[in-house]
Design a protein around this ligand. Sequence first.
Ligand code: HEC
Ligand code: HEC
Length: 144
Amino acid sequence: MSLRPVRLHIATAVLLLATATAWADEMERVLPVAHAATQKECGECHMAYQPGLLPAASWNRVMDGLADHFGDKATLPDAVAADIRAYLTRNAGRGDGRLLRISEQRWWLHEHDFRADVWRRKEVGSKANCEACHRLAGQGDYDH
Ligand code: HEC
Ligand code: HEC
């Protein structure tokens, strides 16, 4: 008797996977960062992630939380923060706005379903270290 709900779950899973794949294709090439303040202030500790990699709601969450940014303090003068926020949200992409990280987005997880020890390799170190594997990541090119 439970056949129907199970089928529905499978249909939903297939649909979500298809969406994740389509979004990953969309992120294959994103516009490079073309905003001096973002490049400078957000490229200090890691590469400046391109705005198209996250939806606007996620960027707003990141910008709201700079005082405790993944354990670091990344606060900026109000005017600079507002300028960066405007740039990121205006050029945002798609995804789940409840999530702060690119590396937590469904499309991203779908593309990066590797064995756990891959992330511990010393030349990788972190999922956030896009450039370790995508040598042209700084230019918004994830096709390599
Ligand atoms: C003082 C250092 C520092 C500065 C400045 C900084 N960040 Fe970060 N950021 C971090 C750290 C640390 C992490 C977590 C990295 C990890 O998980 O390996 C991170 C992670 C992130 C992530 C999540 C990456 C993922 O896993 O998908 C985003 C998005 C992000 N930062 C955006 C920004 C933005 C936007 C700015 C500029 C307003 C900024 N960061 C400035 C230190 C910094
Ligand atoms: C440990 C290596 C590694 C790290 C680190 C990594 N990636 Fe990837 N990524 C890959 C591999 C491998 C693929 C699959 C490539 C393929 O199938 O063509 C991929 C696929 C992708 C794709 C889809 C490309 C396409 O052709 O559809 C995007 C977009 C992407 N990664 C973005 C990122 C971003 C953004 C980061 C950092 C937050 C990141 N990756 C970190 C290895 C990595």
